[in-house]
Design a protein around this ligand. Structure first.
Ligand code: FAD
Length: 658
């Protein structure tokens, strides 16, 4: 046998969709040696997912490219509801604000997936200096985990054999439509010339410490690990059209839910560049074989049979949309993309094997795209996972933190599937079967969930709160009664102490991989005990035995001090030197001290109230590298010691201080 090319990497990412890109972005940011592969010869250019939830935009801000998104996306501000009147003609019955006003600085936005992947890809290029790029078309052929090595931190226990495909064979074949669409035939690279691959000249072996299966709903990695994808496929068939419309429908630039009398439902989403996406319910699978089902579904098919997608056309989907729209007209100036799908709600029975090979994104959970969550939840899966892997690869944290990935993300996947089931049933019900009020109640309740801002992680090594808290009830410490432990830090406005600039806290929390200690020291200038607490904390942290230098040098911990004293009573020299450190050249870091004080330039000065922190008591809030509140402690030396002890539970070689 010819000798195969062999390489070693810390992390191998299989699949360059949203989940894979987000993983690569974190690993690029953390400087981890990563190989990133996809079996397709090109990225996608049109269609597929399009919704960006506020939380994901917040995350994009922490990686420095939200501005690119904001320039290009269409933003949702209002939702309209349409129902049939007594003559069966649709008319608007309500208008509501879209999303949850005020939950984030960003509103739910839409743009096609290919564009989002471009921003991610450019940022990966920048952070990694071009070292991490998608290598295509590469198809994995086998994956083995050497169980004997699985516990060794220095071992590369996962062996993957990759096959290079010919470019021509790696473009998934579309069914013969003129319009770009998502009706791909499944392809697994089998079309490559077997004689060639048998020679081994198109193969290589990769040995990796960790492998991430980000390879979508039909995940090959999941199959290799023997993990089941459990759930059900429902009978509802939905079509998706991306069109530039010509219409007299008055709310075409607003998000609309349209229920018709007899022709099904539409969800309408205005998109970038005047495009509109329509999700259209096609008629149900015909169980009875009496010809009354969807024309494209062979009569007499069994319950939950899969629809033959090759028979669906854009014209057929458009014709259904036109019926639902009556009495309004709907013509198409340009058809950009279309697809059709049958809803399946599934969750993988495990998200990892031996804490060495992980799956993320659609590989773990599939559902309908109606809640606009697929791409978002997929990116947030690897946003949760990849920094943890980075810490372990760098030898900074113990591998035990990796178990929190499945704990945290399975809960999100299950909540998502439960919501999606409800939403799908609602959309697929007839107007008479469900009242508009019930419909809106479900949408309203789901609105908060779909912003991505209400994810609430359970107690674990990385979330210090009592175990067994219900996920839908935020858990607060008495020191910060509106800041939920396990949830993302809500954005507030502060004043930069050094230059009086008003800013949002999220802008000061870039994804660098650092935990953050936000020391809310309160009104130290007017409450003398707080001044002493601040000085004591400063003196304690400056002691060499407390390893602050090392935690800073390894980019594990960053300090931020947020006071609540009137600016007239504050001097720069009041603050202990650990909050105003100097580098080797003597240059001072001016960007770690903030005031929760009024600014003449912007509305500031209410952060303590928004977090439920008392100005004469204060609190220390520990943030994880992904921006979730991990712990709250008192703003004293005792509180800081408590935090050190907690950090020592997973940070390598950190001694709890005395
Ligand atoms: P994917 O985006 O599926 O990416 C997986 C990647 O892995 C792909 O690039 C693929 O080429 C690669 N890959 C797969 N197998 C292998 C392998 N064996 N080896 C190497 N690489 C591999 N969501 C919506 O919200 N609205 C929509 O209208 C919508 N339409 C969709 C239409 C289609 C055709 C598809 C496929 C998905 C659609 N989605 C939609 C879902 C949304 O795109 C997904 O939820 C999201 O993309 C999931 O991200 P992911 O990274 O987990 O997987």
């Amino acid at each position: 046998l010819p000798l195969l090319k062999e390489s070693k990497v810390d992390v191998l990412i299989i699949g360059a969709g949203p989940a894979g890109y987000m993983a690569a972005l974190w690993l690029a940011r953390l400087g981890i040696k990563t190989k990133f592969i996809d079996k397709r010869s090109t990225k996608i250019f049109t269609g597929q997912a399009d919704g960006l939830q506020p939380r994901v935009l917040e995350v994009f801000e922490t990686f420095g490219f939200v501005d690119r998104a904001l320039k290009e996306v269409a933003v949702g501000y209002e939702a309209c509801f349409y129902e049939p009147d007594e003559n069966g003609r649709i008319r608007r019955v309500d208008k509501l604000p879209e999303g949850v006003p005020g939950i984030s600085r960003f509103n739910g936005s839409v743009i096609h997936q290919g564009r989002i992947e471009t921003w991610l890809s450019d940022a990966i290029d920048e952070f990694s200096g071009g070292a991490i790029r998608v290598q295509r078309p590469l198809l994995p052929e086998s994956l083995e985990i050497d169980a004997a090595d699985a516990d060794s931190p220095t071992a590369y226990p996962v062996r993957v054999v990759l096959k290079k495909l010919e470019d021509d064979n790696a473009a998934p074949e579309q069914y013969g439509h003129k319009v770009q669409n998502g009706l791909y035939r499944q392809f697994d690279g089998d079309q490559t010339n077997p004689a060639k691959s048998d020679t081994g000249e198109h193969q290589e072996v990769v040995r990796a410490k960790y492998v991430l299966g980000c390879d979508g709903a039909h995940s090959w990695v999941r199959q290799q690990l023997g993990i089941e994808h459990r759930g059900e496929t429902t009978d509802y068939v939905w079509g998706v059209l991306d069109i530039t419309p010509v219409t007299d429908f008055p709310d075409i630039r607003k998000r609309c839910s349209i229920h018709s009398q007899n022709d099904g439902s539409i969800m309408l989403i205005p998109r970038e560049n005047g495009i509109v996406r329509l999700y259209i319910q096609l008629r149900q699978v015909d169980h009875h074989g009496d010809g009354n089902g969807d024309d494209s579904v062979p009569a007499g098919e069994k319950k939950s049979a899969r629809v033959d997608r090759s028979k669906l056309t854009a014209e057929h989907i458009l014709a259904t949309a036109q019926k639902i729209f009556q009495p309004y007209s709907l013509e198409v100036a340009e058809m950009h993309w279309f697809t059709a799908y049958q809803i399946g709600q599934r969750v993988a029975t495990a998200f990892q094997k031996d804490q060495r090979v992980f799956i993320a994104g659609d590989a773990c959970h599939t559902h309908s795209p109606k809640a606009g969550q697929g791409m978002n939840v997929s990116m947030m899966d690897t946003f949760n996972l990849a920094w943890k892997i980075g810490y372990v690869v760098k030898g900074l944290a113990r591998p035990s933190i990796l178990a929190t990935y499945e704990l945290e993300r399975r809960a999100v996947a299950e909540d998502l599937i439960a919501y999606d089931l409800k939403l799908s049933r609602l959309f697929s019900s007839k107007p008479g079967d469900i009242s508009t009020n019930d419909f809106r109640r479900v949408i309203d309740k789901g609105s908060a969930f779909t912003t991505g801002c209400t994810v609430n992680y359970d107690a674990s090594l990385l979330v210090d709160k009592p175990a067994g808290q219900p996920r839908d009830v935020p858990y607060h410490s008495a020191l910060a009664t509106k800041l939920a432990i396990g949830m993302r830090l809500p954005d507030v406005r502060l004043v930069m102490q050094s230059d009086a600039r008003p800013l949002f806290i999220n802008q000061q929390l870039p994804s660098t991989g650092e935990f953050r200690l936000l020391i809310f020291i309160g009104d130290y200038a007017q409450v003398p005990p707080l001044k002493k607490q601040m000085d004591d904390i400063g003196e304690y942290l400056a002691r060499p035995e407390n390893s602050l230098q090392r935690l800073r040098a390894d980019s594990i911990l960053q300090l931020m001090l947020i006071h609540a004293s009137p600016q007239s009573k504050v001097e720069w020299d009041d603050f202990p030197l650990v909050f105003r450190p100097r580098d080797k050249r003597g240059l001072m870091n001016y960007w770690l001290v903030f005031g929760d004080t009024p600014s003449p330039h912007a509305q500031t000065g209410d952060a303590y109230e928004q977090y439920g922190i008392q100005r004469d008591v204060g609190a220390v809030v520990v943030l994880r590298p992904d921006g979730y509140v991990a712990k709250v402690a008192e703003p004293t030396v005792k509180g800081v010691k408590d935090i050190w002890e907690w950090l020592a539970g997973f940070i390598v070689d950190l001694k709890p201080s005395i």
